[in-house]
Design a protein around this ligand. Structure first.
Ligand SMILES: C[S@@+](CC[C@H](N)C(=O)[O-])C[C@H]1O[C@@H](n2cnc3c(N)ncnc32)[C@H](O)[C@@H]1O
Length: 297
């Protein structure tokens, strides 16, 4: 194989560099599609869920002096496989349709996950990344002078967005866990889901294993907004760094990745105190990194 010339090496590097540099454009384009309700409009459109550019423009609830920017953002979103764009069978204008990805930001599927991660308080925190690499701690705290969970406590609107966002992903994750971890819940009489948000995970576990006494444990202002779930589970407000209710098993779903190693050790020590010495169980559901830093499948 021929060696690359210096120019080819530079051009490859530049392409990769620019791909990384403009990575933020994916996020803001998703947010734009969400704010203009593009997925919902396509989904509810009569023509088998596909729509022309001019139909899309007239369905967006704002007058468009000129639709060329809508065409440009749609071209980008099609390139990113968020939407499809096919020739119509009657030879008319091309039609936009949904993909498996855009179905995730239909309002019927709950868009709060995207709303949470693109919230100005969250996005602005990324500007403090280099500061927190030097100082330690979280970029959120460097920017907002308080930790995320303390800011949420003072901001009921953000509290709702975060709780809905967690509930929407938990609803999906619990289905996978229940089908893949069948035997894991059989010998448990009582389970506390620590950092369980508004209780989606433990409620679904108890519905599948009604012999389990389920407790949803989270910060007091989070459980205060949680649904009653008609007595299926109990909500307990508290601080996992202080005390976790005594049970047979503790679950921690997407909690540990928020904390430093030292803080995780404190949480896990409190989990240990909450379960029986002999046959207690801690179930951890979280992102696992392979040696190379890639997420495990
Ligand atoms: C990333 S969310 C995960 C929520 C849920 N387990 C899920 O997967 O959808 C982390 C949760 O930890 C809770 N949390 C943060 N600090 C806590 C503390 N000191 N004690 C108990 N829960 C806490 C937050 O309120 C939030 O609901």
């Amino acid at each position: 194989m021929m060696e690359k010339t210096q120019e080819q090496v530079l051009a490859t590097g530049q392409t990769e560099f620019e791909r990384l540099l403009f990575g933020f454009a994916d996020t803001v384009a998703l947010k734009c599609a969400l704010e203009l309700h593009i997925a919902d409009i396509i989904h509810s459109h009569g023509n088998g869920g596909s729509i022309t550019l001019s139909q899309l423009a007239s369905a967006i609830d704002t007058p468009f002096p000129n639709i060329s920017n809508l065409a440009r953002i749609m071209r980008f979103l099609v390139h990113k496989k968020i939407f499809t764009n096919c020739q119509s069978s009657d030879g008319g204008e091309p039609l936009y349709g949904l993909t498996d990805t855009s179905r995730w930001f239909l309002s019927e599927n709950n868009t709060s996950f995207l709303n949470f991660h693109t919230h100005p308080l969250i996005l602005n925190s990324w500007y403090s990344l280099s500061r927190c690499v030097i100082d330690g701690g979280s970029a959120f705290k460097s920017t907002n002078k308080s930790e995320l969970w303390d800011v949420i406590k003072q901001n009921p609107q953000l509290n709702d967005i975060v709780n809905e966002s967690m509930a929407s992903t938990a609803k999906f994750n619990v289905g996978v866990i229940l089908s893949e971890y069948k035997d894991g819940f059989v010998n448990i009489e009582s389970l506390v889901d620590v950092g369980g948000g508004t209780g989606t995970f433990v409620t679904q576990v108890v519905k599948s294993y009604p012999h389990i006494k389920g407790i949803n444990f989270d910060l007091p202002h989070v459980v205060a907004t949680a649904q009653d779930h008609k007595g299926v589970i109990t909500h307990v407000g508290g601080d996992m760094f202080q005390l976790i209710p005594k049970v047979d098993a503790v679950s921690l779903m997407y909690v540990l990745h928020d904390w430093s190693d030292e803080e995780c050790i404190k949480i896990l020590k409190n989990c240990r105190k909450a379960i029986p010495e002999q046959n207690g169980k801690v179930i951890i559901v979280d992102i696992v990194l392979e040696q190379q830093g890639q997420e495990a499948s």
